[in-house]
Write a protein that binds this ligand. Sequence first.
Ligand SMILES: C[S@@+](CC[C@H](N)C(=O)[O-])C[C@H]1O[C@@H](n2cnc3c(N)ncnc32)[C@H](O)[C@@H]1O
Length: 319
Amino acid sequence: MRISPVGKAGKDLCGMTGSARGPAAGDKTWTVLELLKWTTDYFSRSGIDSARLDAELLLAHALETERLRLYIDYEKPVLPEERDRYRALVQRRARERVPVSQLLGVREFWSLTFEVTRDVLTPRPETETLVEFALSKAVAVAQDSDSVSPFRILDVGTGSGAIALSLASELPLAQITATDLSKPALQIAAANADRLHTRERLRLLEGDLFQPVASERFDLIVSNPPYVARADIGSCPPELSHEPEMALFAGQDGLEVIRRLVAEAGDHLSPGGWLGIELSPEQTERVEEELVQAGFVDVERRFDLASRPRVVGARWPMK
Ligand SMILES: C[S@@+](CC[C@H](N)C(=O)[O-])C[C@H]1O[C@@H](n2cnc3c(N)ncnc32)[C@H](O)[C@@H]1O
């Protein structure tokens, strides 16, 4: 999850200048390319960074086609009813700043398609760093161990199920448990598990952090917990207001949930098991210190595609 400050503060997000001459006008025939150009300009003026990409994704959705197909169909006229569908999406994106993922109802993560609603955090590309960390540790622990019992993974705060289900797709023999405090989020995770044909391999439990797995231990625990500081709320992009607060904010410094995770994780790890936590880069050193104080060893960092520390991992000692 990357939370970047609003880049274009002061822009009029509702500035629909030109809309009367845009796709709203009823008589003109618009081609695919004309619509894309108009919308890209409109989105840019509305302060949306990924203007062209968003325009393409929404138009492809309205036309019920693939995004790349638009390039072949540049000169094709768009039918009035298709344009009406598109205009409704464009307005919600620009005026209400609804994330594209929620307008489409899906988001790609780890090359899998996840259903996304207002009840879950939209999976972010940087969270794939945590999936990579988990896979590398699953292989390492399995190689070190002579146990024949299945590899046990716990995903705390599973949301859409992005991490747990990506791991399920890669580790067919692993036993995966995922928890969340939010019942609606767990319903989305279950729907995603059905959609990805992994429902029978995923145990979904409702409750606070480790409470639903009180007496259990795991070989690997992963979590992308809420980690935005309440103090930073004013610099969050407007799109965040469409995502659940419970998925984003964790006290004044953003560390309220991570601190509890670190303090309690040792009681749920088997000897030599690993913990991996996604965080905001500036929280890295604080969390590394907390891990050492809690008794963890072999603390390490993993970096996202922007080369920023994004995951901190640590091992529970063998004895
Ligand atoms: C940042 S979202 C991560 C969602 C998903 N794992 C992902 O990476 O896209 C954090 C999730 O943790 C859940 N959560 C927040 N506080 C929690 C708690 N105390 N116990 C369990 N889950 C919690 C939220 O409901 C939300 O689904």
